[in-house]
Design a protein around this ligand. Sequence first.
Ligand code: ZN
Length: 213
Amino acid sequence: MSHMTEKISDTDVLVVVDIQNDFCPGGALAVPRGDEVVPIINALAQRFDNVVLTQDWHPRDHLSFASSHAGKKPYDTISVSYGSQVLWPDHCVQDTPGAAFHRSLHIPHAGLVIRKGMHRSIDSYSTFYENDRKTPTGLLGYLRERGLSRVFLAGLAFDFCVRFSAEDARREGFAVFVVEDACRGIDVEGSMATTRRSFADLQIPYVSARDLT
Ligand SMILES: [Zn+2]
């Protein structure tokens, strides 16, 4: 993995992925040590003029919940209209405490909160396109209209929502950087290794929060 120093400019954007209670220790779908990134991201965000926060935001009977499928358990995989789908514990249900941002997340100048996973029958890992790979969240339009050209990604989980967001941003022509120390992963069936291979294939670089000035 490569580390480099990058100077942040006013056409860069920090996308803070899913820093929600359910993805932190004690939450319904906790990413191990997920809360450790909160102070790192708070400090990092102060160096960016442009910050977007994302929020996983599911209806109560969402297709990605094992509880929505008779006889299925969390982490089983099922086949759905758009391919295979991992089933998760119920998490980030709209307007519940689990869906709220971690109480210590403090980025008052964030310009946009983008919510994803609201369609009952489509999950959404990427903050750009839902898992059918066709339904846009609107983030792409926002970044383009604002003239933002480099996307820095931080948050949870490294090997799902950060991964798919980074891949989509790259495919849409943005320069993409993953702030590695500001992410934590969950590692379901080798997903950490798959993510690292994908980032290598797509030449998506890692940076460290302390190297962003
Ligand atoms: Zn979700």
